[in-house]
Design a protein around this ligand. Structure first.
Ligand SMILES: Cc1cc2nc3c(=O)[nH]c(=O)nc-3n(C[C@H](O)[C@H](O)[C@H](O)COP(=O)(O)O)c2cc1C
Length: 561
């Protein structure tokens, strides 16, 4: 690592590690008076309520047309509220996408052409999950949208511009929401959450018969300009949003004319002022430093690397996954049911077939949600197997990108067995034995890491990825770990069990377990799966008032696996 930005990354990454004797720097207490509002709004921006409404027709599983109903369906099943919980006088919402500490730093924006039921002109909208509504931030020139969404289509004067079936979702992060609780480590959590949101959007688009993929050529600066988070005048007192990434939601091969769109948005008519989320703030300059050092200038990716360009729903059906039940795209009920387990029962087990099926779903196979990402897999799984019938307890490694196996083997400084543990997966048994205590210890002593079927550390191919893609890829490594996390959450639900993302772990002690030294590989995120112990003191209501009585019961029958 030589460039100053890469040095800054190491400084931040190492400086925000948790150690046995010292946690990463934070306030050390929660200042409830300055707790950030989890919902941003734009005063003065017209709000448009979205589907699903009780009277709206359901969106089908086959490719649905681009309507307000479709947009509502995708947002509701990716970033909407999944439930309200109550305990005593406290009431809080949960969302389809999880978030560290339930703080939800991720904001979403939609950019689209004219859509019946939304707007007759192209517009930029902010998504308000609390109301399931779009706030219209900007309207801009129809011709610009048509050119941008189909730059090679020639339109003479007076030509009827055919509607181009593509829309964009941009994701941003409000660092303060996470930093309020987690201090300097919060930048990492914001990136994990973005990864979860990317996967949630891709999966929800898939359920409605659409594809979604990140557009890597957009710089953060471009994204900020398109969705207006660089507009100082609209954020006078409000906490700023850090642009993350932008996804195109579409069907077929297309190119988005970035410059045309940006120009139109800059000249568009903007309305609304961002709300302030807290009265007081603590400045965490380490977060500003790492945000600056990892600014994304955008990059050109060869067209054949862009998954969305090879899609044609007629010849390439949306689901290209192997045809066995657990690998199908989940259904809407399942994504609304996803929750984090607060405690696991410490005794249930899962059978080997299910376990291997879950692991196989974390392998990038070109289908959703992996086709939303433009890079090859950089995250591997170090698994602590506790209770899987037919699989010996112990430490295992799943190399999600098999060409990395030799380097992983070389980097793990301990004498491991490296015995192939599956005929179909690049899964290796490293060492046998009960590893519940070590799993719990390295995951900040959290019992959930020991009490499930298995827990794991997501081991990033760190140094080499940063050298290949540059400093900004620090964010992308966390995004990929978040996508893996979202898949595990849904797989856990599909198996009748439950998962929990674990952002609190002792970084270097995890590396010690594997004998990793230096920065070739770094653990970025942990996860656990097992049978949950429900907190029966909590009451649960659906995410939106109009769903009362229509949602299936949250507590499903949980037959032992
Ligand atoms: C990046 C990330 C890190 C998390 N870290 C932990 C953790 O260390 N311990 C824990 O018990 N839960 C952890 N969680 C679970 C969150 O607390 C949970 O997602 C949040 O409370 C929202 O609840 P839900 O997932 O049921 O929607 C984490 C979640 C995410 C997404």
């Amino acid at each position: 690592m030589s460039s100053p930005d890469l040095t800054s990354i190491l400084a931040y990454h190492d400086g925000t590690k948790h150690h046995f004797h010292r946690f990463a720097r934070s306030s050390g207490y929660l200042d409830w008076a300055s707790q950030p509002n989890p919902f941003r709004s734009f005063a003065g921006a017209p709000a448009i309520a979205l589907h699903p409404r009780p009277d709206a027709p359901p969106v089908g599983g086959a490719s649905s047309p681009l309507t307000a109903v479709l947009v509502g369906d995708v947002l509701r099943h990716s970033l909407g509220l999944s439930a309200w919980k109550q305990f005593g006088r406290s009431r809080w919402s949960l969302r389809v996408n999880p978030s560290s500490g339930n703080l939800h730093p991720t904001e979403a924006y939609v950019v689209a052409g004219p859509i019946a039921g939304l707007s007759e002109t192209p517009a930029v909208y902010h998504y308000s999950p609390d109301r399931h509504a779009l706030e219209q931030r900007c309207v801009f020139e129809p011709a610009a949208w048509a050119d941008a969404a189909c730059p090679e289509c020639h339109r003479g004067p007076g030509a009827v511009v055919e509607r181009v079936a593509i829309w964009l979702i941009a994701l941003t992060s409000i660092h303060w929401r996470e930093a309020w609780k987690y201090g300097e480590r919060a930048f990492r959590y914001c990136q994990h959450d973005l990864g979860h949101a990317i996967a949630a959007v891709r999966i929800a688009a898939g359920m409605a018969g659409w594809r979604a993929a990140m557009l890597p050529d957009w710089s953060q600066r471009d994204i900020a300009a398109l969705v207006g988070v660089d507009r100082d005048e609209d954020y006078v007192e409000a906490e700023r949003e850090e642009p993350g990434c932008i996804l195109a939601v579409g069907h077929e091969s297309f190119v988005v004319g970035r410059d045309t769109l940006l120009d139109a948005a800059r000249k568009g008519r903007w309305t609304g002022r961002a709300s302030q989320l807290s009265d007081d703030h603590v400045q965490w300059t380490f977060i500003d430093d790492i945000a600056r050092a990892t600014q994304d200038p955008g990059r050109a990716i060869p067209p054949n690397r862009l998954p969305i360009q090879i899609t044609n729903p007629k010849t390439n059906p949306i689901t290209r996954l192997p045809d066995y039940p657990i690998t199908r795209l989940p259904d809407r009920d399942l994504v609304l049911r996803r929750r984090s387990a607060v405690a696991l029962d410490g005794r249930s087990s899962i059978d080997a077939v299910r376990f291997f099926a879950m692991l196989s779903r974390t392998m990038p196979d070109g289908g959703p949600p992996w086709d939303a990402l433009w890079w090859d897999a950089r995250i591997h799984l170090a698994l602590f197997v506790h209770r899987v019938d037919g699989v010996a307890p112990g430490l295992y490694l799943l190399a999600r990108n098999p060409p990395a196996i030799d380097r992983l083997r070389e980097a793990c400084g301990r004498e491991f067995q490296w015995e192939r543990a599956s005929e179909t997966l690049p899964l290796f048994a490293l060492a046998g034995g009960n590893c519940r205590a070590v799993a719990q210890r390295v995951s900040c002593d959290q019992e959930i890491a020991a009490d499930g079927f298995f827990s794991l550390g997501m081991i990033a191919d760190f140094d080499a990825s940063l050298h290949t893609f540059g400093p900004t890829f620090y964010r992308h490594l966390f995004w990929e770990s978040g996508v893996v996390g979202q898949v595990l959450y849904l797989e856990a639900e599909a198996a009748g069990s439950r998962g929990t993302g674990i952002g609190c772990f002792y970084d270097d002690p995890v590396h010690d377990v594997l004998g990793l030294t230096g920065h070739a590989f770094q653990s970025l995120y942990h996860f656990t799966v097992g049978m949950p112990v429900e907190d029966t003191r909590l009451t649960t209501e659906p995410g939106y008032p109009w769903e009362v009585g229509s949602q299936k019961s949250e507590v499903r029958s949980r037959a032992p696996l």
